[in-house]
Design a protein around this ligand. Structure first.
Ligand code: ADP
Ligand code: MG
Ligand code: MG
Ligand code: MG
Length: 399
């Protein structure tokens, strides 16, 4: 069937026709999408209490409107990635129940018993299992889709399957390019504009280093990366962690996922400087965030290396020194991407509510300047850091 746009009633009709609910069910549907791009319906049988989520792509960018067309083909990448995640890390992602590439939709497990990690963090919630879970997600998805594990042929087929032209272009522009000059699409706090004009946009060496990281993003088909791994793509509870919204997935630099999630945690860390919260509470929460980043990264490296020792198939992966060099480069790039994502969320098109929730524009600007400065330190000095502790020490010293 050719594409049509779902609404609440049509989503019910569709799921009934697919036999996803039984004939006797009594369905309600609610559109809950809060993301930048797509429609998301929670459809529930009020009799049995069972529910599913139907996510459909719109033929344009939702936050901008029909003036920015975007093909609905992105659902195919999300479904393909989610199928692979369902195989590699089934406990850490929503179960994929059904896909319909013509209608550009997927039906998946309803996770609304969990809270979006970003909203939890804005209330200083702690997620005790997060570091353990996200490090497994990263180590397993990034290792088992790499050349260390896959055969050369399988790997190249995967590269071909994930030619995600349009969503890669969004990242190339919005993350790696627009923030470095006065681009039309930037979304700028008016109080920050003078700083951008007089200081930030004159940093040609910074733009050069970011461009090198962009080039790796363009060319380095290392692993199947999630591509949009911020705290709004994660549900986190006391016991569970679920990673979703993989429409940006493609075969790219593994460090991008690792750097992006750490960068988003750092953004939350810095954001508290602009908020009227109890100083001790802030200190306590920041210590928790630092511990989380350290644990996440240490566990990620440990698990990635364990996977390598156990399951590397490529004989070159056993050559003396190869793995150490790989891990070192991965770390350097992780720090670079971490800095890049901190910067793009300040004045690029899409912001983080952690910072935009600061209503006083002067206070918000001060936080934003801090983020730009920290992002720059990370990018410019990425080769000088020896381990994650040195990175978090730098953060602590500067905030
Ligand atoms: P977008 O690609 O537009 O950003 P997301 O996949 O991030 O869309 O989903 C937008 C919102 O819909 C999420 O923030 C979440 O509130 C809700 N949502 C998405 N998937 C699920 C799910 N499996 N269970 C419950 N809610 C979901
Ligand atoms: Mg999203
Ligand atoms: Mg919670
Ligand atoms: Mg998305």
């Amino acid at each position: 069937m050719s594409y049509y746009q779902m609404n609440e009633n049509l989503s019910i009709d569709y799921l009934m026709k697919q036999g996803i609910f039984s004939e006797t069910s009594n369905l309600t549907s609610r559109e809950v999408g809060d993301g930048n791009l797509n429609l998301v319906f929670i459809v529930k049988d009020t009799l049995s209490g069972t529910s599913v989520v139907l996510k459909q792509a719109l033929p344009y960018v939702r936050v901008v409107g029909e003036g920015w067309p975007l093909s609905v083909e992105r659902t195919i990448f999300e479904a393909n990635a989610l199928e692979i995640h369902n195989r590699i890390v089934p406990n850490l992602v929503p179960k994929l129940l059904h896909r319909d590439d013509e209608l550009a939709l997927i039906v998946m497990e309803d996770l609304s018993h969990l809270e979006l990690m970003r909203y939890g963090m804005m209330k200083m919630e702690k997620h005790p299992k997060f570091a353990e879970h996200i490090s497994t997600f990263l180590a397993d998805t990034l290792f088992y889709t790499s050349d260390m594990h896959m055969s050369s042929e399988e790997k190249k087929r995967l590269v071909a399957k994930f030619i995600n032209v349009e969503l890669c272009k969004i990242t190339e522009d919005l993350v790696f390019t627009d923030p470095y000059y006065d681009a039309d699409r930037n979304n700028i706090n008016p109080r920050l504009k003078p700083y951008l004009e007089e200081v930030f946009w004159k940093k040609t060496e910074l733009w050069l280093e970011t461009s090198k990281l962009k080039y790796k993003f363009l060319t380095e088909a290392q692993s199947l990366i999630h591509g949009d791994l911020h705290t709004g793509s994660i549900f986190a509870g006391e016991e569970e962690t679920k990673i979703f919204d993989a429409e940006f997935a493609f075969m790219g630099p593994a460090a991008f996922d690792v750097g992006k999630i750490i960068g988003n945690i750092f953004i939350n860390y810095v954001s508290w400087s602009g908020k009227d919260e109890d100083v001790e509470k802030i200190q306590d929460y920041r210590s928790y965030l630092i511990e989380t980043v350290k644990r996440l990264h240490r566990l990620f490296e440990k698990k990635f290396i364990e996977n390598w020792k156990k399951d590397a198939q490529d004989i070159s992966a056993r050559v003396e020194g190869y793995r150490d060099q790989f891990m070192r480069n991965l770390f350097i790039d992780t720090i670079g991407y971490c800095g890049v994502v901190m910067i793009r969320r300040v004045h690029g098109l899409a912001h983080n509510i952690d910072v935009d929730g600061i209503e006083n524009l002067e206070k918000r600007r001060d936080v934003q300047v801090k983020l730009l400065e920290l992002g720059e330190i990370l990018i410019m000095n990425r080769h000088q850091f020896n381990n994650i502790e040195e990175v978090t020490d730098m953060l602590r010293e500067n905030i």
